[in-house]
Every structure is written in structure tokens, then in C-alpha cells.
Design a protein around this ligand. Sequence first.
Ligand code: PHE
Length: 460
Amino acid sequence: MVEVEERVERWVKLGAEGEIYAKEGLPERRLVEILRELGGAAELRELRSRLGEEVFRIGLIWAKRNRWIEITRVDGKPCMKLKKYPEEKTPAEQVLNLLLEGGRRFEEIPESLRPACLKLVDRPGVVELVEKRTHILKPTELLMSLGPEELEVREVTRLTQSLIASGRWRELKLSRFDIKAPTPPIFSARRHPLQQLIKLIKEIFVEMGFEEIRGPLVELAFWNFDALFQPQDHPARALHDTFYLAEPRFGDLPEKFVEPVKMAHENGGDTGSIGWRYSWRVEEAKKLILRTHTTATTIRYLAEHRDPPIKVFSVDRIYRNERVDWRHLAEFHQIEGIVMDRNICFRDLLGLIKEFYSKLGLKDVRFRPGYFPYTEPSAEAVVYLKDKGIWLELIGMGIFRPEVTIPLGVKYRVLAWGGGLERLALALYGLDDIRTFYLNDLNWIRGFPRIYLDRRAERI
Ligand code: PHE
């Protein structure tokens, strides 16, 4: 009945970033200008501080691409040298100038500048390319030849509010639905399986009367190790296990705890222990690392919350310098918690952990002796996986040693535990490769049954 003609027009206009560049100059131009002012060479640090991080970074990339500059080292310091100063306005700059007067059709850009214009389109926020589509409908001869009778609408596909209100629907013929017509699949929004488990774990802790706490990912070695009575030559502190920050390397120590912790390490201080008997170095404790366990977070919390009762947990990210394989990740999650109160003992800890895992559907949890520098006694909880025929380690646990609690001024017993989340998720979901969780494979995520965790008890 009608012919449709589509017209496509391409328009270009300045983006938010482009406005700024058009007025203040492109970052690469500003960079080489300053470089020329400074006599053709300068330290990177100097340029960065003059231009600001953002302009410097973008300017550096493009100036290098344009071969205007080169990076060298002078006296071991990274420097930039001017190779070629662009005397004339570059095509990119000409395009920006042109667009400063307003957006225009792409064809209005002189042909010689079009490649530069398209390159600016690729830079985020600089130049925007929009397609404007217009549809022009023309009646065909057939339509024109029809009389008023034939033109009357006979079938209605959509029942509108006005058709109902006016009662006109009574006279109309409604077209039938074809309920067998193919349709696109619909995927409803849902949580990632790992997030489902995290949510469930948090619910269980809250059910059991715990509060959630969080702490920094970038942590002082002091909280991650020293406050936990982990000696400074402990192998876990070595580079091959722990990620240390290059910049900034050090953080500020919590002054009031430094001396007592140092004493605990050197000779036991007031803790009744003889300590590790070495000389404790403050520089080591000041180092910044990516936390290797969430015990850093609970001990940090404990140092500031010394009045009983305390029942807190965290489910959070940690980092270890591991080679990634089917059982290991370098970045993963731990489930962690502490309880501090006047009359609690090791058996409360065992009961708590049993209760927690049983709420997850893991009924057959057993305990075996363990060792951690910060707890005594210590234990590990393990669960038997029927389908794999193995004992899976769930968690490490114990009572914080006096060498840990006394330097922080904590007067009561503290039950503590912590363990990996991803391996537990593998077991609960019956998967084999820990990397599955991080592949972002949409097919896998979409196909994952939402009810899985509710049936968890039957699985294990
Ligand atoms: N932090 C230990 C780990 O990463 C677990 C643990 C936490 C052990 C608290 C004892 C007490 O394995």
C-alpha cells in the first residue's frame, strides 16, 4: 500500500571533551607546547604536575603516536624529549575549530579533513557521530485507487484504551493471536551464582545474630600480619605470596598499638609469652599490601571495639600471588568472623561453625587440629564431598592468642575463623573449575538454575 524510502544523514558535533579541547587545545598540543617552553626536554613528573594527570596521560599517548616526542631516561629519571614541534594546525585541530561553530553534516567537512574527523570520533567524548534517519512514506498507485469502503479498517491488532472507553471495540473485528509464532528468548535479570551464594551466607550470619563489617583492600602489613603475631620473616609475607604496593609503598601506623605489638613480637611484652625473639622493624609493618586474608579486617575492627559482646562477619575480597589454575585464583573471597564475649570457649566456636555450615546444607562437618600463628588452640573444619570422595577444607579457626589480643587492649576471649568462598561455591554447585565463576560466560550464567541453593541439602 505504501512505499518507504529511508534517508540516512551523518552528522558530526563536538562532545563534552571536544568542547574543552576546541577551546583549550588538544592534550597533545598542550603537552608539546609546555615541552617547548621548557627547552625541548623535561622530566615526566614535572609535565604531569603542570598538566594534571588526565591531560598528561592523554597527551602523552597521542604525542607519541604522532611521533612528536620520545621518552628517555636521564640520570635514571624518566624524561620526555621533543622530536618535532607541529608548527601548523593539524587536521584534527582544524576539525575542532570547524565544529566549534556548531555541528554539521559529515559531507560538509572538507574531504581532506574527513579522516582526521573520523579519528576524533574514536576518541571518547571528543567528536560524536550521529546518524539521522528519515523515513518517507509514499502511497502506491494501488492505495490511491481504492475507494473509501475498501479503505476502512476491518481488523484491529491492538486494543487501545480509547477503543474500550468509546465502546467501539464492539463493532471491530480483533485479529487473532498466533500463539505458536516464534519469539525471541527472554532472560530475566538475576544475580551471578557467586553473588547468590554471598547473599545467602550474609543472610545466614544475620540470622545467627551477626553484623557485617568491611575493611580496606589495600591494607597495612601491620594489620594483615604484625597485629596477628605473624613474625616479619614469616614466608607468607614474601613477595611470592603477597602483593606489595609500589606506590605509595608505606602507610601510617596506628600509633597507640605500635609499641605493644613490637613488644609482643620481641619478648612477649605483657602477654605472658616470650615472643618470637627478634628485632621488630617498623618499616616492615608500614608497608602497604593487598590484604591476603580478611582476618586483617576483623583484627582492625577488634582494635577499635573492645567492649563485649561482639559478633561480626565479613564476606570480602582478598589477594594472593598465586598462579591461576583450576583450583587457584589470585583474587578471591573469604568468609570471616569473630565473636568476643565474657564466657565463651572453644566449643562455642565448634558449635557456631557447625551451625553455620549446616544452614548451608553441609551437615557432615568435622574438625581437625590446625595451626595459625594467631590462634591457640587452632582447628580446621572439613566436609566430606560424596560425589568427589574427598574431604574439602572449609575454614581455619581458633581462639586469638594473648599475643594478639593483649597488645590491642582486648580483655576477653575472641573466637575467630576464616576461609575461602569460591571453593565452597564449587562444592555446593558441583563444579570442577574455580575459573568458571569469572569467565562471564553469559550462556552459563543464564542457564544456571536459580533454585539451586534451595536444594543444596540434597546435593551434598
Ligand atoms: N586467616 C586464615 C586463612 O586465611 C584463616 C583463619 C582466620 C584462621 C581466623 C584462624 C582464625 O586461612
